[in-house]
Design a protein around this ligand. Structure first.
Ligand code: NA7
Length: 892
């Protein structure tokens, strides 16, 4: 039956023996191929498009099943490159039908006279790179082969139908249809017994319409999918008004958005909203009938936090129960095995209500798996369902299927793409593959593609590729090839991005899980179209970073490297900070900088609830100091962590690291006492150090009064606070106590020299700068005092200190002195655990609910603290503070 699935793809080979010579060959005349042809022609490249279908349209040419529609609002789903074209076409509905979308592509093809350069009914069978001529040789199944300098696969993400992998399909005597290869002639289902296998978008769109025609419809469902009502009709007023008011702004916002549709970034996280507020947002989204709305506009943590996401699943289950009358069927239709959005949700029209019809039966394949297809129907479990028609809505070999269908694609050194991708697709930007010069893929694996509005991604890719080809030509280059370093860097960045979202927690066609034997891994880029666009632009501005360019009469150019080395959320945060164009903190004066920090902190998420937050005063080295105490919700007494905030001995106070203190209290199940030690310039060295020691002593002596566990305390601190924590451990050892069970040092200052590489490598651009550190040092400590171990603990005696956990961040001037301290502690015989957080900056681990990739680092810190206190490292899941929000993990 795979043959039937691809019957429409094959045709007799009628190779004429001559070769068509062009600058560029494009495969596919869908959304991408048509725009490529237009742009390439305009740029002066001779171009041919090879298309196996009989006309333009790509996926919309093939997917003509009943109910086939767009699931991005059509106002957003079209070309935007030509404002005249944009104005010349108006969609009739919020979600256009397949025939209307196909008419649109025909309209575009006519408008730009595209068909004359498209070879229809022709398939590229194989593609070979010839290093000598620097050209690709394409073997076609009809007409002349093609020789081209550039070979661009615009073959689509969902264009290779997946065989159904069910025994006996060939024995079936009735009619068989594939939604992805629906006949062009009318399919008559009236009065027939029909089976639909598959409940993805294609099944969910077609089932209600098939049910209206068929005498009996049996739906075979393997995995229930989330579906929401499309509420199709005219384009909604809110979007239309915005669009009509300022089309250019609307389109531009889409280009820089995350999903390619102009929605703002939602800021409120789920736990800041109460039940009523969440329900109100959900009902609004449900009524909007818009996938991008419900996927992005409910609450900020919906796509990144398991708990925040689960709230949506429950609300949708309610909706299903309210429509489907039979509770058993409602339960079977309710998805439970994946987070909402991790698998492509569907838009429906009467889907759930269809199961109330007397002529519709749902078979839950999880309980009754299909065993075979017989001459008369489908056998599932113990039952046999005799049918006249089987509709396979079983999906596609997504993202890589259509690319690998050209076999072989042979690059440099005779390497075949299938071999190179044997362990999963490897690309640079989802556009190119190292070792395959002058080959481009539009929305290949590694592009935002199917996780975005395809229209926006395709236009960006095409513009970028054609602009690059023109620039190469102008500079005399004839080949472009991604480097292995750049490609490996992209794979790392993809992996980092994928840790941010919940997509990796579902078995889907995004991960290749729907095709038996396919290597699994998240294929689309999850970082969003706006960030992706900025990365592509950055590659150009950095001299085609990660590409090797060659040409007959020019010197080879290779600016090698990885384009993104920061964690994706760190990149966004630093980008936002850069856009704010803040004056250097050291230019504000100490008082001004303190005010700035207070204001700045007002904009951050508030931190999650803990059992209790209290305040009080303790005795410092020279008088009372304020403290803030965070108590877990669990029964005490708990061990106490004495915490010292960051701020270069100059800024901050006992509240300034509040979200972090809450987080570590929740994750460790311990009391955190944040100390308001004295600051410079009012109180210079050694005031902060002596206060740190005195406060620790006081807290240890008053542990029981504070509700803590008497005995050894723990110390922790970030930045200058890490310095104070480290110094406190040395002083406690030398001054006869208190006993300290362990020290957590986060990006600590440990030494007064500035000549380590991290001071040079990260001197600017990562918020904490070298010059800011100079300023802090100058304010706090005279040069004559700087080698004192009370400010440079690396210069002290490091023997006999408590066990340590030392966290450092890659893009931090303080990185190397933190690592040096950890290594010196270990050399002195201490027990040391290190976390070197890759892709992070000085504040990463503090930015709770902002830098999501910092979560795993804080999990490790909390575990280390528990270990120091003699507790099991993992906190039992018991009420507050223990939600499994640790699915995000990238530090380390
Ligand atoms: P999808 O979304 O991949 O859906 C295919 C469906 O077919 C899905 O429910 C599969 O169950 C099911 N399926 C696949 N193979 C089998 C076998 N062998 N037996 C039973 N059921 C099977 O494809 P669509 O065409 O619906 O949609 C593709 C995209 O197009 C869509 O996401 C939109 O972006 C537009 P599974 O979930 O794998 O258990």
């Amino acid at each position: 039956m795979p043959d039937a699935a691809v019957a429409a793809r094959s045709s007799e080979s009628t190779n004429s023996g001559t070769t068509q010579q062009v600058d560029v060959a494009v495969v596919g005349a869908g959304f991408a191929g048509l725009y490529l042809l237009h742009r390439l022609r305009e740029a002066g490249f001779s171009t041919v498009v090879v298309e196996e279908a009989g006309d333009v349209g790509g996926t919309w040419y093939w997917n003509r099943y009943p109910g086939a529609r767009c699931d991005i609002q059509t106002i957003d789903y079209g070309y935007t490159f030509d404002p005249e074209l944009d104005r010349a076409w108006t969609w009739s509905e919020k979600y256009a039908t397949q025939p209307e979308i196909l008419r649109y592509f025909g309209f575009v093809a006519d408008r730009y006279d595209l068909r004359r350069d498209i070879r229809f009914n022709t398939r590229v069978k194989a593609a070979n790179w010839d290093d000598t001529s620097g050209r690709w040789q394409l073997v076609t199944d009809s007409g002349a082969d093609v020789s081209c300098r550039y070979y661009i696969m615009a073959t689509g993400c969902l264009s290779a139908p997946k065989p159904p992998e069910i025994d006996g399909v060939a024995d079936f005597k009735g009619e068989i249809y594939f939604t992805g290869r629906w006949p062009h002639d009318e399919v008559k289902l009236a009065g027939k017994r029909v089976a639909v296998i598959g409940t993805g978008s294609s099944g969910i769109q077609s089932i209600p319409l098939i049910a209206e025609q068929a005498a009996q419809l049996t739906v075979f469902q393997r995995t229930p999918n989330f579906a929401l009502p499309a509420h199709n009709g005219p384009a909604p007023d809110d979007r239309k008004t915005y669009f009509e008011t300022d089309r250019a702004a609307y389109r531009e916002q889409a280009r820089w958005s995350l999903a390619g549709v102009p929605y703002p970034q939602e800021m409120a996280v789920s736990w800041q909203l109460n039940d009523a507020e969440r329900r109100e947002r959900f009902e609004k989204a449900w009524a909007a009938g818009d996938l991008v709305h419900i996927l992005t506009q409910l609450w900020a943590d919906q796509a990144v936090d398991f708990d925040g996401n689960a709230l949506i699943g429950k609300l949708i289950h309610e909706k299903i129960r309210s429509v489907v009358k039979d509770p058993g069927i409602a339960a079977a239709l309710s998805p439970h095995d994946h987070p909402f959005g991790a698998k492509r949700p569907c838009l429906d029209t009467n889907y759930y209500a269809t199961y109330n019809r007397p002529n519709v039966t749902l078979v839950n394949l999880r309980e009754e798996p299909i065993t075979e297809i017989t001459a008369t129907g489908v056998k599932a479990g113990e039952r046999t369902f005799d049918v006249d028609v089987i509709v396979f809505a079983t999906g596609f070999d997504a993202m890589t299927g259509a690319i690998k269908a050209v076999y072989p694609i042979t690059g440099r050194g005779g390497k075949s793409l299938s071999d190179v991708w044997a362990n999963g697709p490897q690309t640079y930007l989802g556009l190119t593959v190292s070792g395959f010069p002058n080959l481009f893929m539009i929305t290949g694996p590694g592009s935002p593609s199917v996780l975005s509005n395809m229209a926006v991604s395709i236009e960006q890719h095409v513009d970028w590729v054609v602009d690059r080809l023109a620039a190469l030509r102008d500079a005399g280059f004839t080949t472009i090839d991604a480097t292995e370093t750049a490609q490996a860097g992209w794979a790392q960045h993809m992996a980092d991005c994928s840790m941010l979202t919940l997509h990796r927690l579902a078995n889907t066609w995004y991960t290749g899980a729907n095709v038996p034997g396919k290597v699994q891994g998240l294929m689309p880029y999850t970082g969003g179209v706006g960030p992706y666009r900025s990365i592509c632009n950055e590659i150009v501005s950095r001299g085609m970073l990660g590409f090797k360019l060659t040409g007959p009469n020019v010197a080879e150019q290779c600016n090698d490297g990885e384009v993104v080395r920061l964690q994706p959320d760190v990149r966004l945060v630093l980008g936002m900070l850069a856009e704010m164009n803040l004056p250097p903190i050291e230019s504000m004066g100490a008082l001004g900088a303190r005010d700035f920090l207070t204001e700045f902190n007002k904009g951050r998420p508030a931190g999650r609830p803990v059992g209790e937050v209290g305040t009080g005063a303790l005795m410092g080295a020279d008088g009372p100091l304020p403290y803030r105490l965070y108590r877990p919700a669990t029964p005490g007494p708990h061990p106490i962590v004495v915490y010292f905030h960051g701020g270069g001995w100059v800024l901050g106070d006992e509240q300034s690291d509040d979200p972090f203190c809450r987080d570590i209290c929740r994750r460790s199940g311990m009391i955190v006492v944040s100390v308001g030690y004295r600051h410079a310039p009012e109180h210079r060295f050694p005031a902060a150090a002596e206060d740190g020691y005195a406060a620790t002593r006081w807290i240890a002596e008053h542990a029981a009064e504070l509700g803590g566990r008497p005995g050894p305390v723990l110390v922790a601190g970030w930045s200058a606070g890490g310095n104070i924590a480290a110094v406190t451990c040395q002083l406690a050892r030398d001054r006869g106590g208190p006993q300290i069970a362990g020290q957590l040092l986060i990006c600590p200052v440990t030494d007064c020299t500035f000549d380590r590489p991290s001071y040079t490598d990260n001197a600017t651009g990562y918020f904490v700068t070298r010059s800011l550190m100079y300023w802090f040092w100058d304010i706090y400590c005279s040069p004559a005092d700087r080698t004192d171990p009370r400010v440079s603990p690396l210069r002290g005696n490091l023997a006999g200190l408590p066990p340590a956990f030392v966290a450092t961040c890659e893009f931090d001037p303080l990185r190397d002195e933190g690592i040096a301290y950890a290594e010196a502690l270990a050399t002195a015989g201490g027990s040391v655990e290190q976390l070197q957080a890759r892709g992070h900056f000085h504040s990463s681990l503090m930015m709770v609910d902002v830098v999501i990739t910092g979560v795993s680092g804080r999990v490790k810190m909390a575990e280390a603290l528990r270990g120091f206190a003699g507790l099991p490292r993992k906190l039992e899941a018991s009420g507050e503070g223990t939600s499994p929000i640790t699915v995000n993990a990238a530090a380390g």
